[in-house]
Design a protein around this ligand. Structure first.
Ligand code: SF4
Ligand code: SF4
Length: 474
Protein backbone atom coordinates (compact mmCIF):
# COMPACT_ATOMS: atom_id res chain seq x y z
CA UNK A 1 0.00 0.00 0.00
CA UNK A 2 1.16 3.50 -0.72
CA UNK A 3 0.42 7.13 0.18
CA UNK A 4 -0.98 9.39 -2.54
CA UNK A 5 1.90 10.87 -4.56
CA UNK A 6 0.69 14.42 -3.86
CA UNK A 7 1.82 14.01 -0.23
CA UNK A 8 5.40 14.17 1.01
CA UNK A 9 6.52 12.49 4.22
CA UNK A 10 9.63 14.13 5.65
CA UNK A 11 11.79 13.39 8.64
CA UNK A 12 12.81 16.68 10.27
CA UNK A 13 15.01 14.87 12.85
CA UNK A 14 12.88 15.45 15.95
CA UNK A 15 9.47 14.96 14.32
CA UNK A 16 7.96 13.78 11.05
CA UNK A 17 5.88 16.08 8.86
CA UNK A 18 3.40 15.13 6.13
CA UNK A 19 2.60 17.87 3.63
CA UNK A 20 0.62 18.35 0.45
CA UNK A 21 2.18 19.40 -2.85
CA UNK A 22 -0.34 21.85 -4.25
CA UNK A 23 -0.45 25.26 -5.89
CA UNK A 24 -3.79 26.13 -4.31
CA UNK A 25 -3.90 24.78 -0.77
CA UNK A 26 -1.53 24.68 2.18
CA UNK A 27 -1.73 21.47 4.19
CA UNK A 28 1.07 20.77 6.60
CA UNK A 29 0.66 18.12 9.28
CA UNK A 30 3.19 17.74 12.05
CA UNK A 31 2.50 14.14 12.96
CA UNK A 32 2.08 12.92 16.51
CA UNK A 33 4.73 10.25 17.23
CA UNK A 34 2.41 7.16 17.17
CA UNK A 35 0.87 8.22 13.86
CA UNK A 36 4.31 8.80 12.34
CA UNK A 37 5.32 5.22 13.23
CA UNK A 38 2.13 3.84 11.69
CA UNK A 39 2.41 5.87 8.47
CA UNK A 40 6.04 4.86 7.99
CA UNK A 41 4.82 1.28 7.38
CA UNK A 42 2.60 2.43 4.48
CA UNK A 43 5.73 2.54 2.39
CA UNK A 44 4.73 1.22 -1.03
CA UNK A 45 6.28 -2.17 -0.18
CA UNK A 46 4.07 -3.58 2.59
CA UNK A 47 0.71 -5.23 1.94
CA UNK A 48 -2.29 -4.40 4.13
CA UNK A 49 -1.71 -7.59 6.16
CA UNK A 50 1.96 -6.75 6.70
CA UNK A 51 1.05 -3.22 7.83
CA UNK A 52 -1.47 -4.71 10.28
CA UNK A 53 1.25 -7.01 11.61
CA UNK A 54 3.74 -4.16 12.16
CA UNK A 55 1.15 -1.80 13.60
CA UNK A 56 0.10 -4.58 15.98
CA UNK A 57 3.72 -4.87 17.13
CA UNK A 58 4.23 -1.10 17.53
CA UNK A 59 1.04 -0.60 19.51
CA UNK A 60 1.39 -3.82 21.53
CA UNK A 61 -1.78 -5.39 20.08
CA UNK A 62 -1.73 -9.17 20.17
CA UNK A 63 -5.00 -10.12 18.50
CA UNK A 64 -4.90 -10.05 14.71
CA UNK A 65 -8.39 -8.63 14.24
CA UNK A 66 -7.64 -5.80 16.67
CA UNK A 67 -4.50 -4.94 14.75
CA UNK A 68 -6.62 -4.86 11.57
CA UNK A 69 -9.14 -2.59 13.27
CA UNK A 70 -6.35 -0.26 14.38
CA UNK A 71 -4.82 -0.17 10.89
CA UNK A 72 -8.19 0.54 9.26
CA UNK A 73 -8.76 3.32 11.78
CA UNK A 74 -5.39 4.90 10.93
CA UNK A 75 -6.09 4.72 7.19
CA UNK A 76 -9.48 6.33 7.80
CA UNK A 77 -7.85 9.13 9.81
CA UNK A 78 -5.54 9.75 6.86
CA UNK A 79 -8.39 9.69 4.36
CA UNK A 80 -10.44 12.02 6.55
CA UNK A 81 -7.53 14.49 6.30
CA UNK A 82 -7.40 14.15 2.53
CA UNK A 83 -4.44 11.75 2.39
CA UNK A 84 -5.22 9.01 -0.09
CA UNK A 85 -3.93 5.48 0.61
CA UNK A 86 -4.18 2.88 -2.11
CA UNK A 87 -2.79 -0.40 -3.33
CA UNK A 88 0.28 0.15 -5.49
CA UNK A 89 -0.29 -1.19 -9.00
CA UNK A 90 2.13 -3.97 -9.93
CA UNK A 91 3.41 -2.24 -13.05
CA UNK A 92 3.48 1.20 -11.40
CA UNK A 93 7.25 1.65 -11.73
CA UNK A 94 8.62 4.67 -9.88
CA UNK A 95 6.43 6.20 -7.17
CA UNK A 96 7.71 9.02 -4.93
CA UNK A 97 6.18 7.43 -1.84
CA UNK A 98 8.02 4.14 -1.98
CA UNK A 99 10.45 4.49 0.89
CA UNK A 100 12.28 2.77 3.72
CA UNK A 101 10.28 2.68 6.96
CA UNK A 102 13.44 3.16 9.04
CA UNK A 103 14.05 6.56 7.36
CA UNK A 104 11.00 7.93 9.18
CA UNK A 105 11.68 6.52 12.59
CA UNK A 106 12.38 9.16 15.25
CA UNK A 107 12.92 7.52 18.66
CA UNK A 108 10.08 8.40 21.00
CA UNK A 109 12.46 9.89 23.58
CA UNK A 110 13.65 12.43 20.97
CA UNK A 111 10.27 13.09 19.40
CA UNK A 112 9.35 16.72 19.85
CA UNK A 113 7.30 19.10 17.65
CA UNK A 114 9.01 22.25 16.35
CA UNK A 115 9.47 25.28 18.58
CA UNK A 116 6.35 27.49 18.48
CA UNK A 117 4.98 25.31 15.66
CA UNK A 118 7.43 26.77 13.18
CA UNK A 119 8.90 23.99 11.03
CA UNK A 120 12.65 23.35 11.17
CA UNK A 121 12.67 23.32 7.36
CA UNK A 122 10.05 24.98 5.12
CA UNK A 123 7.69 22.92 2.97
CA UNK A 124 7.07 25.67 0.43
CA UNK A 125 9.23 28.30 -1.29
CA UNK A 126 7.83 30.95 -3.60
CA UNK A 127 10.10 32.26 -6.33
CA UNK A 128 9.27 35.83 -7.29
CA UNK A 129 11.44 35.62 -10.38
CA UNK A 130 10.18 38.63 -12.28
CA UNK A 131 8.07 41.75 -12.05
CA UNK A 132 7.63 41.89 -15.81
CA UNK A 133 4.13 41.66 -17.20
CA UNK A 134 2.70 42.47 -20.63
CA UNK A 135 -0.68 43.70 -19.39
CA UNK A 136 -1.76 46.51 -17.14
CA UNK A 137 -4.83 45.13 -15.41
CA UNK A 138 -7.11 47.62 -13.71
CA UNK A 139 -7.19 45.46 -10.58
CA UNK A 140 -3.48 44.49 -10.49
CA UNK A 141 -2.45 43.32 -7.00
CA UNK A 142 1.25 42.96 -7.65
CA UNK A 143 3.96 45.08 -6.10
CA UNK A 144 5.53 46.30 -9.35
CA UNK A 145 7.79 48.95 -7.89
CA UNK A 146 11.05 48.63 -9.84
CA UNK A 147 13.95 46.68 -8.37
CA UNK A 148 17.60 47.58 -8.36
CA UNK A 149 18.45 46.09 -11.77
CA UNK A 150 22.12 45.71 -10.91
CA UNK A 151 21.26 43.48 -7.99
CA UNK A 152 18.94 40.86 -9.47
CA UNK A 153 19.55 37.17 -8.83
CA UNK A 154 21.29 35.47 -11.74
CA UNK A 155 20.01 32.32 -13.43
CA UNK A 156 22.68 30.31 -11.61
CA UNK A 157 21.49 31.69 -8.29
CA UNK A 158 17.86 30.73 -9.06
CA UNK A 159 19.05 27.27 -10.04
CA UNK A 160 21.01 26.95 -6.80
CA UNK A 161 17.87 27.87 -4.83
CA UNK A 162 15.87 25.19 -6.65
CA UNK A 163 18.62 22.64 -6.05
CA UNK A 164 18.65 23.52 -2.35
CA UNK A 165 14.85 23.08 -2.19
CA UNK A 166 15.12 19.61 -3.70
CA UNK A 167 17.95 18.66 -1.35
CA UNK A 168 15.77 19.79 1.57
CA UNK A 169 12.78 17.82 0.25
CA UNK A 170 10.76 20.96 -0.46
CA UNK A 171 8.49 20.18 -3.42
CA UNK A 172 6.17 23.16 -3.25
CA UNK A 173 8.17 25.60 -5.35
CA UNK A 174 5.72 28.29 -6.41
CA UNK A 175 6.15 30.82 -9.20
CA UNK A 176 4.73 34.14 -8.07
CA UNK A 177 4.93 37.82 -8.90
CA UNK A 178 4.95 39.05 -12.49
CA UNK A 179 4.21 36.91 -15.51
CA UNK A 180 6.55 33.91 -15.95
CA UNK A 181 6.14 34.02 -19.71
CA UNK A 182 6.93 37.75 -19.97
CA UNK A 183 10.57 37.23 -19.06
CA UNK A 184 12.94 34.84 -20.80
CA UNK A 185 14.84 34.32 -17.54
CA UNK A 186 11.67 33.33 -15.71
CA UNK A 187 10.74 30.96 -18.48
CA UNK A 188 14.19 29.42 -18.13
CA UNK A 189 13.42 28.89 -14.42
CA UNK A 190 10.14 27.18 -15.40
CA UNK A 191 12.03 24.83 -17.72
CA UNK A 192 14.66 24.13 -15.08
CA UNK A 193 11.93 23.16 -12.60
CA UNK A 194 10.32 20.86 -15.16
CA UNK A 195 13.69 19.28 -15.88
CA UNK A 196 14.02 18.53 -12.17
CA UNK A 197 10.50 17.06 -12.11
CA UNK A 198 9.24 19.75 -9.75
CA UNK A 199 5.51 20.40 -10.34
CA UNK A 200 4.93 23.81 -11.92
CA UNK A 201 1.89 26.02 -11.90
CA UNK A 202 2.09 28.78 -14.51
CA UNK A 203 -0.47 31.55 -14.49
CA UNK A 204 -0.15 33.87 -17.46
CA UNK A 205 -1.72 36.68 -19.41
CA UNK A 206 0.92 36.42 -22.13
CA UNK A 207 0.19 34.82 -25.46
CA UNK A 208 1.26 31.18 -25.41
CA UNK A 209 2.71 30.83 -28.87
CA UNK A 210 3.30 27.59 -30.70
CA UNK A 211 6.99 27.83 -29.75
CA UNK A 212 6.26 28.33 -26.04
CA UNK A 213 3.79 25.43 -25.96
CA UNK A 214 6.32 23.23 -27.75
CA UNK A 215 9.14 24.31 -25.39
CA UNK A 216 6.98 23.42 -22.40
CA UNK A 217 6.29 19.96 -23.77
CA UNK A 218 9.97 19.40 -24.59
CA UNK A 219 10.90 20.54 -21.05
CA UNK A 220 8.61 17.86 -19.62
CA UNK A 221 5.30 19.61 -18.94
CA UNK A 222 3.31 16.58 -20.04
CA UNK A 223 5.65 13.82 -19.02
CA UNK A 224 4.73 11.58 -16.14
CA UNK A 225 6.62 13.65 -13.60
CA UNK A 226 7.06 12.75 -9.98
CA UNK A 227 3.65 14.00 -9.02
CA UNK A 228 1.85 14.85 -12.27
CA UNK A 229 0.68 18.22 -11.06
CA UNK A 230 1.80 20.61 -13.80
CA UNK A 231 -0.81 23.24 -14.63
CA UNK A 232 -1.09 26.13 -17.05
CA UNK A 233 -3.64 28.80 -16.22
CA UNK A 234 -4.73 31.47 -18.68
CA UNK A 235 -6.21 34.51 -16.98
CA UNK A 236 -9.01 36.14 -18.92
CA UNK A 237 -11.90 38.03 -17.38
CA UNK A 238 -14.41 38.14 -20.18
CA UNK A 239 -15.61 36.42 -23.31
CA UNK A 240 -16.45 39.87 -24.59
CA UNK A 241 -13.57 41.46 -26.44
CA UNK A 242 -14.22 45.00 -25.19
CA UNK A 243 -14.45 43.97 -21.52
CA UNK A 244 -11.38 41.73 -21.78
CA UNK A 245 -9.39 44.66 -23.18
CA UNK A 246 -10.75 47.12 -20.64
CA UNK A 247 -9.83 44.98 -17.63
CA UNK A 248 -6.36 44.12 -18.89
CA UNK A 249 -5.53 47.56 -20.27
CA UNK A 250 -4.55 46.07 -23.66
CA UNK A 251 -6.12 45.54 -27.05
CA UNK A 252 -6.84 42.24 -28.78
CA UNK A 253 -6.58 40.32 -25.47
CA UNK A 254 -9.41 37.84 -26.08
CA UNK A 255 -8.09 36.97 -29.52
CA UNK A 256 -4.64 36.32 -28.01
CA UNK A 257 -6.14 33.99 -25.40
CA UNK A 258 -8.00 32.08 -28.12
CA UNK A 259 -4.79 31.69 -30.10
CA UNK A 260 -3.01 30.55 -26.90
CA UNK A 261 -5.62 27.86 -26.30
CA UNK A 262 -5.26 26.61 -29.87
CA UNK A 263 -1.46 26.41 -29.57
CA UNK A 264 -1.65 24.69 -26.19
CA UNK A 265 -4.21 22.10 -27.20
CA UNK A 266 -2.35 21.40 -30.45
CA UNK A 267 0.54 20.24 -28.24
CA UNK A 268 -1.65 18.33 -25.81
CA UNK A 269 -1.74 20.95 -23.02
CA UNK A 270 -5.23 21.75 -21.78
CA UNK A 271 -5.08 25.00 -19.81
CA UNK A 272 -7.48 26.16 -17.13
CA UNK A 273 -9.20 29.55 -17.22
CA UNK A 274 -9.27 32.00 -14.34
CA UNK A 275 -11.33 35.18 -14.22
CA UNK A 276 -11.44 38.01 -11.71
CA UNK A 277 -14.99 39.22 -11.11
CA UNK A 278 -15.61 42.96 -11.00
CA UNK A 279 -18.72 45.13 -11.54
CA UNK A 280 -17.91 44.97 -15.27
CA UNK A 281 -18.05 41.20 -15.71
CA UNK A 282 -19.64 39.50 -12.68
CA UNK A 283 -22.68 38.49 -14.74
CA UNK A 284 -20.53 36.78 -17.35
CA UNK A 285 -19.64 33.56 -15.50
CA UNK A 286 -21.85 31.34 -17.60
CA UNK A 287 -20.90 33.11 -20.81
CA UNK A 288 -17.19 32.61 -20.10
CA UNK A 289 -17.67 28.89 -19.41
CA UNK A 290 -19.80 28.42 -22.50
CA UNK A 291 -17.38 30.35 -24.74
CA UNK A 292 -14.20 28.58 -23.66
CA UNK A 293 -15.77 25.14 -23.27
CA UNK A 294 -16.18 25.18 -27.04
CA UNK A 295 -12.42 25.33 -27.22
CA UNK A 296 -12.05 22.28 -24.98
CA UNK A 297 -11.56 23.98 -21.58
CA UNK A 298 -13.09 22.10 -18.64
CA UNK A 299 -11.46 23.76 -15.63
CA UNK A 300 -12.59 27.25 -14.54
CA UNK A 301 -12.01 29.44 -11.53
CA UNK A 302 -13.80 32.69 -10.68
CA UNK A 303 -12.63 34.93 -7.85
CA UNK A 304 -13.89 38.25 -6.54
CA UNK A 305 -11.70 41.26 -7.15
CA UNK A 306 -9.86 42.09 -3.91
CA UNK A 307 -8.43 45.40 -2.82
CA UNK A 308 -4.99 46.07 -4.23
CA UNK A 309 -2.46 47.58 -1.87
CA UNK A 310 -0.54 49.09 -4.76
CA UNK A 311 -3.18 50.39 -7.14
CA UNK A 312 -6.38 52.29 -6.41
CA UNK A 313 -9.09 49.82 -7.42
CA UNK A 314 -11.98 50.36 -5.04
CA UNK A 315 -14.38 50.90 -7.97
CA UNK A 316 -13.67 47.33 -9.02
CA UNK A 317 -14.85 45.72 -5.78
CA UNK A 318 -18.15 43.87 -5.94
CA UNK A 319 -21.09 45.29 -4.03
CA UNK A 320 -23.10 43.08 -1.66
CA UNK A 321 -25.86 42.89 -4.29
CA UNK A 322 -23.40 41.68 -6.91
CA UNK A 323 -22.03 39.04 -4.55
CA UNK A 324 -25.58 37.95 -3.84
CA UNK A 325 -26.26 37.68 -7.57
CA UNK A 326 -23.21 35.42 -7.92
CA UNK A 327 -24.33 33.38 -4.93
CA UNK A 328 -27.86 32.97 -6.30
CA UNK A 329 -26.75 31.94 -9.79
CA UNK A 330 -23.88 29.65 -8.77
CA UNK A 331 -25.81 26.39 -8.33
CA UNK A 332 -27.53 26.75 -11.68
CA UNK A 333 -24.17 27.22 -13.43
CA UNK A 334 -22.62 24.21 -11.67
CA UNK A 335 -25.64 22.06 -12.50
CA UNK A 336 -25.38 22.97 -16.18
CA UNK A 337 -21.77 21.72 -16.39
CA UNK A 338 -21.66 18.70 -14.04
CA UNK A 339 -18.52 17.23 -15.61
CA UNK A 340 -16.44 20.39 -15.45
CA UNK A 341 -14.24 21.54 -12.62
CA UNK A 342 -15.68 24.94 -11.74
CA UNK A 343 -14.77 26.96 -8.66
CA UNK A 344 -16.73 30.12 -7.97
CA UNK A 345 -15.86 32.29 -4.98
CA UNK A 346 -19.00 32.64 -2.93
CA UNK A 347 -18.64 34.89 0.09
CA UNK A 348 -20.93 34.89 3.08
CA UNK A 349 -22.93 38.10 3.63
CA UNK A 350 -20.85 40.87 5.17
CA UNK A 351 -23.22 41.69 8.05
CA UNK A 352 -22.47 38.60 10.07
CA UNK A 353 -23.42 38.47 13.74
CA UNK A 354 -20.80 38.70 16.45
CA UNK A 355 -21.28 35.02 17.26
CA UNK A 356 -20.63 34.06 13.64
CA UNK A 357 -17.60 36.34 13.56
CA UNK A 358 -16.18 34.59 16.64
CA UNK A 359 -16.85 31.16 15.15
CA UNK A 360 -15.22 32.10 11.84
CA UNK A 361 -12.22 33.53 13.68
CA UNK A 362 -11.81 30.30 15.66
CA UNK A 363 -11.67 28.36 12.41
CA UNK A 364 -9.15 30.69 10.73
CA UNK A 365 -6.26 29.20 8.82
CA UNK A 366 -2.86 29.27 10.42
CA UNK A 367 -0.47 31.61 8.67
CA UNK A 368 2.13 29.74 6.64
CA UNK A 369 4.36 32.76 5.91
CA UNK A 370 7.62 32.18 7.76
CA UNK A 371 6.20 29.11 9.56
CA UNK A 372 6.34 26.69 6.63
CA UNK A 373 6.97 28.94 3.67
CA UNK A 374 9.05 31.85 2.35
CA UNK A 375 9.05 34.10 -0.69
CA UNK A 376 12.28 35.02 -2.46
CA UNK A 377 12.24 38.34 -4.34
CA UNK A 378 14.11 39.15 -7.59
CA UNK A 379 16.87 40.82 -5.56
CA UNK A 380 17.27 37.83 -3.24
CA UNK A 381 15.56 39.52 -0.30
CA UNK A 382 13.14 37.28 1.51
CA UNK A 383 9.66 38.08 2.82
CA UNK A 384 7.25 35.89 4.75
CA UNK A 385 4.45 35.98 2.22
CA UNK A 386 4.29 37.21 -1.36
CA UNK A 387 1.48 39.60 -0.53
CA UNK A 388 3.42 41.61 2.03
CA UNK A 389 4.82 44.91 0.64
CA UNK A 390 8.39 44.55 -0.56
CA UNK A 391 10.06 47.11 1.64
CA UNK A 392 13.11 46.70 3.89
CA UNK A 393 11.13 46.77 7.14
CA UNK A 394 9.53 43.45 6.12
CA UNK A 395 12.66 41.77 4.75
CA UNK A 396 13.78 38.73 6.72
CA UNK A 397 17.21 38.43 5.20
CA UNK A 398 18.76 37.77 1.81
CA UNK A 399 19.11 34.39 0.14
CA UNK A 400 22.69 35.29 -0.71
CA UNK A 401 23.47 35.01 3.02
CA UNK A 402 23.53 31.26 3.52
CA UNK A 403 20.75 30.17 1.16
CA UNK A 404 17.31 29.06 2.30
CA UNK A 405 18.45 27.64 5.62
CA UNK A 406 20.64 30.66 6.30
CA UNK A 407 17.55 32.88 6.16
CA UNK A 408 15.26 30.32 7.81
CA UNK A 409 17.47 30.11 10.87
CA UNK A 410 18.33 33.77 11.30
CA UNK A 411 17.09 35.80 14.25
CA UNK A 412 15.30 38.40 12.16
CA UNK A 413 12.66 35.94 11.04
CA UNK A 414 11.88 34.95 14.61
CA UNK A 415 11.62 38.57 15.69
CA UNK A 416 9.21 39.17 12.80
CA UNK A 417 6.99 36.17 13.51
CA UNK A 418 6.96 36.43 17.28
CA UNK A 419 6.95 40.17 18.04
CA UNK A 420 6.88 41.56 21.58
CA UNK A 421 3.35 42.23 22.79
CA UNK A 422 4.41 45.73 23.84
CA UNK A 423 4.77 46.67 20.14
CA UNK A 424 0.99 46.31 19.80
CA UNK A 425 0.23 49.04 22.33
CA UNK A 426 -3.04 50.75 21.40
CA UNK A 427 -4.26 47.72 19.42
CA UNK A 428 -6.52 45.02 20.94
CA UNK A 429 -3.52 42.64 20.72
CA UNK A 430 -1.64 44.79 23.23
CA UNK A 431 -3.74 43.46 26.10
CA UNK A 432 -5.04 40.22 24.63
CA UNK A 433 -4.73 37.00 26.68
CA UNK A 434 -4.69 35.05 23.41
CA UNK A 435 -1.54 36.79 22.18
CA UNK A 436 0.90 33.87 22.41
CA UNK A 437 -1.63 31.35 21.12
CA UNK A 438 -2.47 33.63 18.21
CA UNK A 439 1.11 33.69 16.96
CA UNK A 440 2.13 30.16 17.95
CA UNK A 441 -0.93 28.17 16.96
CA UNK A 442 -4.11 29.79 15.80
CA UNK A 443 -2.90 32.21 13.14
CA UNK A 444 -2.31 35.94 12.69
CA UNK A 445 -2.40 37.40 9.18
CA UNK A 446 0.23 40.12 8.85
CA UNK A 447 -0.99 40.98 5.37
CA UNK A 448 -4.55 41.68 6.54
CA UNK A 449 -3.25 43.94 9.31
CA UNK A 450 -1.11 45.90 6.84
CA UNK A 451 -3.74 46.08 4.10
CA UNK A 452 -6.53 47.14 6.45
CA UNK A 453 -4.68 49.59 8.69
CA UNK A 454 -1.22 50.14 7.19
CA UNK A 455 0.09 48.86 10.49
CA UNK A 456 1.57 45.42 11.08
CA UNK A 457 1.08 45.82 14.83
CA UNK A 458 -2.72 45.85 14.63
CA UNK A 459 -5.24 43.06 15.05
CA UNK A 460 -6.52 41.98 11.60
CA UNK A 461 -10.09 43.17 10.84
CA UNK A 462 -11.47 39.62 11.11
CA UNK A 463 -10.48 39.39 14.79
CA UNK A 464 -13.61 39.80 16.95
CA UNK A 465 -11.62 42.06 19.33
CA UNK A 466 -10.91 44.54 16.54
CA UNK A 467 -13.47 47.35 16.35
CA UNK A 468 -11.54 49.82 14.24
CA UNK A 469 -13.04 50.33 10.78
CA UNK A 470 -10.70 48.83 8.15
CA UNK A 471 -10.08 49.82 4.55
CA UNK A 472 -12.46 47.65 2.56
CA UNK A 473 -10.48 44.60 1.42
CA UNK A 474 -12.93 42.94 -0.95
S1 SF4 B 1 -5.37 39.22 16.63
FE1 SF4 B 1 -7.09 39.19 18.03
S2 SF4 B 1 -6.93 37.22 19.10
FE2 SF4 B 1 -4.96 37.62 18.11
S3 SF4 B 1 -3.73 38.61 19.69
FE3 SF4 B 1 -4.69 40.23 18.48
S4 SF4 B 1 -6.57 40.71 19.58
FE4 SF4 B 1 -5.86 38.74 20.33
S1 SF4 C 1 0.42 36.79 6.11
FE1 SF4 C 1 -1.74 36.28 5.70
S2 SF4 C 1 -1.83 35.97 3.50
FE2 SF4 C 1 0.31 35.83 4.08
S3 SF4 C 1 0.69 33.65 4.45
FE3 SF4 C 1 0.14 34.59 6.41
S4 SF4 C 1 -2.06 34.26 6.59
FE4 SF4 C 1 -1.52 33.96 4.44
Amino acid sequence: MVLDSKWVLRNDKTYVVLYLVSSSETKVWILPAPLSYAIAFINGRNTFDQICFYIGKVFGIEKEFEAKQKTTKIINVLKHNGVGVSILAENQGYHPNIYETKDFFVPVRNYKGPFRNRLKVPTSINLFTTKKCNTNCLYCYADRRPDDQGNLLSMNEWKAIIDECIALNIWNIGLVGGDQLASSDSFAVVKYLLGKQVPVFISTKCEVTDKIAKDLVVAGFLSASLRNLNELQLSVDSANSRNADLLTGTSGFLERVCRSIDCCTAHGIVPKIKAVLTPFNYMEIEEIISYFSEKGIVDFQFVHCGRSYFKENKNLLLTEDMKKWIHDSKEQVLAKYPNFKITIQDEPPRNISRTEKIETWKRRAKCSGGYSSLTILPTGFVIACEQIPQIPQYFMGNIRDGGIMGVWNNEKIERFLFPEQSLFKGSPCGKCDEFVNCFDNAGFCFRDAIFAYDDIFQAPPSCPNQNRKPRRLS
